[in-house]
Design a protein around this ligand. Sequence first.
Ligand code: ADP
Ligand code: ZN
Ligand code: ZN
Length: 711
Amino acid sequence: MSDIAPNRFAQVALDVPMAHLGASLFDYSIAAAFAGVVAVGSWVVVPWGQGRRVGVVAGLSDHCEIDAARVKPLLAVLEDAPLLPASWLELARFCADYYHRGIGEVTLPAIPKLLRTPPSARPRGSAFARARERFAPPASARAASVPPELNEAQRSALDALRAADGFAVFLLHGITGSGKTEVYLHWLDEVLARDARCQVLLLVPEIALTPQLAAQVAARFPAHSVAVLHSDLADSDRAAHWLAAVEGRARVVIGTRLAVLAPLPALAAIVVDEEHDASYKQQEGVRYSARDLAIVAASQRKVPIALGSATPSLESWHAARRGRYRLLALPERVGGAQLPTLERVDLRGRKLRHELAPESIEAIGAALARGEQALVFINRRGYAPVLACESCGWLSRCSDCSAYRVLHRVGAARPARYRLVCHHCSAEQPVPRACPDCGNVDLTALGRGTQRLEEGLAELFPGHRIARLDRDVARTRGAAQKVIDAAHAGDVDILVGTQMLAKGHDFRRLTLVVAVDSDGGLFSSDFRAPERMFATLMQVAGRAGREPQRGEAAQRLGRVIVQTRFPDHPLFEYLARHDYAGFADAQLAERREVGLPPYRFQVLLRAEAVTQAEALAFLAQARALGESLLPSATPAGLARASADSLRDGAVALLDPVPMAMSRLAGRERAQLLIEASARPPLHAFLRAWLDGLRELRSQVRWQLDVDPLEI
Ligand code: ADP
Ligand code: ZN
Ligand code: ZN
């Protein structure tokens, strides 16, 4: 035993599929040779099965729970790797506890793959050396771009941010085009100037928004290194930027949700742009909300955080209303630009051409005639949502999902070529020559997606330049940026696309927005659908008429046309008045009434199995187990209507039900909703419940989703 340091064991976080055992910290003994080198935050290589793995030391101890003779020794310490800061492990611990996952599942995936590969084939440490080399310091001697002078609202928002001392959450509610980004940049500039070593973190919801912002930041802060972190980077770039962030060489870190888990040793301020965006919630693995974790990180690190949006999430709005967050308002557009006027076009009984009402067609024509741009928004990609046989009723159902396969045009070949694609499981098939059921050769494309709308617009407005932007276009690297650049340069007359067009872009010649089909969110079973719909429409509408007013003001006024079958719906009233606050307050009142978030806390247990019966049976069993754990019997099957009566601290388990999309990629899915009026009893319940669930040893795959966004 003399080669073992006296009573030394390391608890190592590993990313191994142990979630169902509730463990991802493993004990290893520390050989004397490593005794002085291994610390909390060290990177180590450990034996695992037949192979080796890289892990992070999360704790040290002089004893271990299991029989010391069976504990394996650490194989190596990666001395070239940076010591991961305790603050990071603290955040990771919170994340693991709150989302009820293993700490290894949280920490390891946050580390770039290149750096957490055991250095067997390569010479030791060289992955780190290469990553360090790859990150270029900023080109010196560049002049900073000159920031615009802030207007009064921007200045008072900046004053409030600048006065923050320690932890504080600010909600910067600024209408579209009000200059939120300028406020962030001024603030971060001051923070960076205050301390020569500190770092700032800027989160954005979409990968597509990072290049634009990174360029803006680099131009503004030429003296500071900027690291960019998102999942679409080449492995070597991701390693380089991540390491620069972790080693403090990058002073500004811009990234999508995964950047919140980057260990920043000198974090001094955080900005979460478009904080309402659902992309901040991870939808697989550890289902964390990057916005919520950013707030936790700010609180742990005692630094200020600013959440910005034109349409804050109702959770954040509620917190601001109650005074937990400090509300900063930018109620006007910069340069005196007016908000666009909003018109509703009633589609009932109207004859449409290519899904467009005569008013819409006329408005587009008029904008083009003035040399302005129009944006046509439809939240459906592909050519047509379904292919149908009108003689027997056959529809292009996906064989593996409860959904239709969408007709897509492929390539630019003439005559056009098509395929059927499932948007849920990605299954693809050629378009059948004839109806598989009755042999009818005359199949009909029903409805319209971006591709078909693009085609229709080309027919309606020949000779005009039309560009499309949706996820299919964005799949080709750089293609989305090309469309946006072309639109900025004025080389596009009509932009067609999904909500990818809604975010962050500043098209100066754009004066008209047409929302083709907006009714989807009005009557959805998901209580968040109206909130999402309002936000999307407000963001899309916000692209119109951003050019500051000069001379010919009246013509330049932006115009938004919303095509709907429910023109009297109250949501549109708020939208037409640009009244986010009114809408949000009304939604909150409704949610309070029926007991929904943010007045209740929700968790989903999702199960998937070969048959729906199996999934439901598992959830019934889970529910029975849960009921037995609740202190005083909660009435079984507490219905939504009575969730209102949930006592303080009570936890309720609802009936298991098939998911709205019950079948996905050949698996049947069901869910069980857990509601509670307070977080601590909810999480105490979940801990006990999960221990029991792991014992069930069912064939059914299940996961927990804390604070689910889609129900
Ligand atoms: P938001 O993020 O609120 O939609 P941005 O920060 O992108 O708005 O600002 C919109 C446009 O107005 C940008 O081009 C920005 O450079 C410009 N801008 C912002 N603040 C000012 C200001 N005070 N004076 C002049 N231009 C400004
Ligand atoms: Zn048929
Ligand atoms: Zn499918």
